[in-house]
Design a protein around this ligand. Structure first.
Ligand SMILES: O=C(CO)[C@@H](O)[C@@H](O)COP(=O)(O)O
Length: 240
C-alpha cells in the first residue's frame, strides 16, 4: 500500500467536503445496526466526493458505537489510503471499483443481512412478487458471481451484474448484498429494503408459491416510484 498523501495538497473545497462526508458516513453506519442489517462489524458504507476522486469509508473492524467522524478514512478511487489513522474497510477495493466504473454512483453499502444473504447462499435471485420490489428494484434482485475478497473480483462482479439491471442491489453469491445509490443514504435505504423484501418473499415461499407480477405492472410501479413518490420541491419553495 502506498504512503498516504494526506489532503494538504487538495483545494479548500475538497477538504471541506471531506469533513462533511466524515459526519455523513459516520452517521450512516449507525443505521446498519438500527435496521438490523449487521452483526458485530460486518457491514460498511462509503460515499464518493463530488469535488474530487476520493471516497470516505469506515475503518476496518471497528465497532459501530466506536465510530466517529474523525475515525472515518479517506481513500482514492484505486482504494489507496489518502488520509486516516486506521486501515480502511476490507471492502474498500470493491467500493472503489464501483465508483470507477459507474460514474453515476456516489454511495455504496455492503452488509451480510440475514435473509438477503440466505438468498445469496442459494445463488437465487429474489423474484419480483411484491409491489415494493417493483418500486425500489424495478424487477428481481439479481445474483452476482462468487468472488473472493482481496482484489477487484467483487467490484467487477457487482458492476457486471448491475450495469444491465434496474436494481440498485446485487446479492453476491455465497457472500451477501451490495447496494448502490446517488449518495450513501440512498444506498443504506436500499440495503434496508433488500433485507425487508428478502424476508417477506422467504416467508411467502414457506406458505406457498408467490404470484408473479406482470412485467408491464412492474414497469409502471418502478416509473411511478422513481419519478413521483415522495416530496417534491414546489417552485415557491425552491425558486429557480
Ligand atoms: O465480510 C467481510 C470480510 O470477509 C467484510 O464485509 C466485513 O467483515 C466488514 O469488514 P470491514 O469491517 O468493513 O473491514
Amino acid at each position: 500500500m502506498t504512503e498516504p498523501t494526506g489532503l494538504a495538497g487538495y483545494p479548500t473545497q475538497v477538504r471541506e467536503e471531506v469533513e462533511h462526508l466524515r459526519r455523513v458516513v459516520c452517521d450512516l453506519h449507525a443505521e446498519l445496526p438500527r435496521w438490523g442489517l449487521v452483526v458485530w462489524t460486518a457491514g460498511n458504507v462509503s460515499q464518493r466526493l463530488r469535488s474530487a476522486d476520493l471516497l470516505v469509508i469506515k475503518p476496518s473492524g471497528v465497532s459501530y458505537d466506536e465510530l466517529t467522524p474523525e475515525s472515518m478514512v479517506v481513500c482514492d478511487l484505486d482504494g489507496n489510503l489518502v488520509e486516516g489513522t486506521r486501515s480502511p474497510s476490507s471492502d474498500t477495493a470493491a467500493h472503489a471499483y464501483v465508483y470507477r466504473h459507474m460514474p453515476e454512483v456516489y454511495g455504496v453499502v455492503h452488509t451480510h443481512s440475514t435473509y438477503a444473504t440466505a438468498w445469496a447462499a442459494r445463488g437465487e435471485p429474489v423474484p419480483c412478487v411484491l409491489t415494493m420490489m417493483g418500486d425500489e428494484f424495478g424487477g428481481d434482485i439479481p445474483i452476482g458471481p462468487f468472488a473472493l475478497i482481496g482484489d477487484d473480483s467483487i467490484g467487477r462482479g457487482i458492476v457486471e451484474t448491475l450495469r444491465g439491471s434496474r436494481s440498485p442491489a446485487v446479492l453476491m453469491q455465497n457472500h451477501g448484498p451490495f447496494t448502490i445509490g446517488k449518495d450513501g443514504k440512498a444506498a443504506v435505504k436500499t440495503a434496508a429494503m433488500v433485507e425487508e423484501v428478502a424476508r417477506t418473499v422467504h416467508i411467502a415461499r414457506q406458505l406457498g408459491e408467490p404470484i408473479p407480477i406482470a412485467q408491464h405492472h412492474i414497469d409502471s410501479l418502478y416509473a411511478r416510484y422513481q419519478n413521483v413518490y415522495g416530496q417534491h420541491d414546489t417552485p415557491e419553495e425552491n425558486p429557480a
